[in-house]
Design a protein around this ligand. Structure first.
Ligand code: AP5
Length: 221
């Protein structure tokens, strides 16, 4: 199954992508995670990406399209994948369509998770992540057992540099202008399902499964 998760920053794309990846046994491909790894490792790509990420802007299309082109050819993508944070512009969506056409395949579903701006701010200002294993938490909605410490690996949790309120508002603005047009793009292709993203994480997971298959118990990769 090939699935795109759309939605504003903080909609819960990453949270749900992890669950869906486990459920369907397919990889989550997060351009944000790939770029943050490059920043952490101090690569040339990381240095370029950091300039855009710190201000809440988008990394140039050709850079992220190159990342996805390479990632999609890895063997673990044979049964499908979940795209989390890509595409983010019409140009990226068109490049993805071209890639899929060349591979003789197509996207199966696009799920748009809809969340209001104030909920986005609440979620992102409280988000904490583990730099060692990538696990995500929220100080109120999904806290670790011990404050500031990752349940999974014992790492010290950090706040993402772009999760400061001013940068979050800039990211929301970028989302409205550059990413939201993808809703109409995928609606026209009859691939889009929008689900309300406010509610607890399990309810949203069930709503996504229902959107993918009316009988979620039978949904498979
Ligand atoms: P990226 O990492 O993709 O950030 P984003 O899209 O802004 O998304 P987030 O990771 O902030 O939110 P999310 O929807 O995954 O929410 P999450 O599940 O974590 O991109 C970062 C930057 O990289 C971009 O700004 C850009 O510069 C660059 N970039 C990446 N991709 C690019 C591309 N394709 N093109 C160009 N540039 C690109 O949840 C958020 C918080 O809420 C968590 O704390 C979670 O625990 C909590 N939460 C989740 N669900 C719920 C719930 N139901 N109830 C309560 N709390 C919840």
């Amino acid at each position: 199954m090939k699935l795109i998760l759309l939605g504003p920053p903080g909609a819960g794309k990453g949270t749900q992508a992890v669950r869906l990846a486990e459920h369907f046994g397919i990889p989550q491909i997060s351009t944000g995670d790939i770029l943050r790894k490059a920043v952490k490792e101090g690569t040339e790509l990381g240095a370029l990406a950091k300039k855009y990420m710190d201000s809440g802007g988008l990394v140039p299309d050709e850079v992220v399209v190159g990342i996805i082109r390479e990632r999609m050819t890895e063997p673990d993508c044979g049964k499908g994948y979940i795209l989390d944070g890509f595409p983010r512009t019409i140009a990226q969506a068109e490049a993805l369509d071209e890639m899929l056409e060349k591979l003789g395949t197509q996207m199966d579903h696009v799920v748009n998770i809809s969340v209001g701006d104030e909920e986005v701010i609440r979620r992102l200002t409280g988000r904490r992540t583990c730099p060692n294993c990538g696990a995500g938490y929220h100080i109120l909605f999904d806290p670790p057992k011990q404050e500031g410490i990752c349940d999974k690996c014992g790492g010290k949790l950090i706040q993402r540099d772009d999760d400061k309120e001013e940068t979050i508002r800039a990211r929301l603005d970028v989302y409205r202008h550059q990413t939201e047009p993808l809703i109409a793009y995928y609606e026209e292709k009859h691939l889009l399902r929008t689900i309300p993203g406010e509610g607890n994480m399990e309810e949203i997971f069930s709503a996504i499964l229902k959107a993918l298959d009316k009988n979620p118990a039978k949904a498979t990769a």
